[in-house]
Write a protein that binds this ligand. Sequence first.
Ligand code: HEM
Length: 495
Amino acid sequence: MLLITAFFIILLIFFCFTGIIPILYWKRRKVPHLMAWPYFGNRISHVFHQHTMLDVLNKHYQAFREKRYFGFYNMCTPVLILRDLKLIKQITVEEFDSFPEHRRFIPDELDRLWSKNLFAMRGDEKWKSMRATLTPFFTGSKLKMMFGLMKSCSNQFTNHFLSQNQLVTVELKDAFTRLANDVIAITAFGVSCNSLENKTNEFYLMGKVISNVTGWRSSLQNLYQLSPTLYKFLGYPFYPKKEKSFFENLVNEIVKLRKNKGLSKVDVIHSLIEAKNKKDSILTNEDITAQVMIFFFAGFESISTMLCYTCYELAINPDVQENLYKEISVALRATNGDITYDMLMNIQYLGNILDESLRKWPPFNFIDRCSIKPFTIKPKESDEKSLYLEAGTVCIIPVLSIQRDPKYYPDPERFDPERFSKANKQVPYFSFGVGQRNCIGSRFALLEGRLIIAELIRKFKIVPVEKTEIPLVMNKGRNNAIPSNGFWLGLKPRR
Ligand code: HEM
């Protein structure tokens, strides 16, 4: 009996320390928050697939309308969600020295290849130097040089459907993921794939695995938020082993081949090899692999999601699609039917459509910053007190909730590219992040977006078909807004 009582007391103490005390964090600091569950925090309904992460975040965002910030529990990890735009600017831009990095997904030592990529790197001198090495790759002149490579992929893509000479019903997420794969493979590694024809090419299969953080890999992420110590003990890396060695071997081979044959190409690997060959450089093949892998990781999902939502909105807003078709036709007449870099950049309406699509459907619902030193948020409102944040505090910017807030975007559910016309330019806009840690690939992504949408619209009408869900039904297991049944749409040749 005594033994059983002792066992239950120990269990109770364990429960208090691991389940209850963590969710008293914001109460102790007098930060407004909603009631949280032991271990699952405020994400319980998302973890058990009852609500999407977006619903959960929105519920909290709406509950604290008058507040500049509020507390939230990502499982057992307390995070501060920022609502106020000035505070967001302060944390992400002005106080960059205190908040220079993203939150951890796993302990650095468990996966060196993950922790060495630009996104995961600590906000130190190494990150600064890597960012400076990669930035020139995304300048206008470099993108212009790469435009030809992108164009060959987009031509291959549209011709694949055009050759069928009839209305084709396509699941666009799959199709655009294949296209995004081909573009990243050729621009990062100089390798061409044609994944629509070569359905099981290794690049596509490997890229799909590393960029897919659902199911088992998403549960591991939850485990890390629940208990970093337990995660460390289990020791799971972020990237699966097989895919990791595929990219490691590939980079080693490419580096060797280019050195032996003196080959020079317009791709990311080339820029990185040049940086590695510089005097005093401390770059290794592992650093190069880490960067090209994050480009795969970042480019695969986000670009295909952007393209899917843009096509979906064009299909259900035929007037917007017709306006765009007219603008593209006028521009094409001036170039004798050739899609050029300059011509694409000058179609303002095309840019507005992509901006509006990314406003309404940002591929990342939220972004984060993690502090490396203590920081105090000074009170601004009468009901606020100074809030001391210790080093390691995670702040979240709820991108989607802000971009659907009628305070900033009236009638937010309406797809209206005019919001982004020169006269109407709207703030706030966080789809590519904010401040020094913003997305390095945004110009690349928007160029690819402009090119693919222009190629598609000139050749096809994008139409809803029987399988098209209106409205889309979202997958409750995902962190970002992705429909459960994919994006089914029809491509109807214009001639
Ligand atoms: C529509 C497509 C894309 C979207 C919506 C997107 C969005 C984002 C966002 C929200 C962040 C975090 C920014 C922040 O914390 O402030 C980010 C970071 C990043 N993105 Fe993108 N991204 C896209 C495409 C790309 C592409 C194509 C690449 C590479 C070729 C890329 C590479 C990166 C990298 C390396 C970072 C980390 C930057 C750093 O920490 O210094 N992204 N992206």
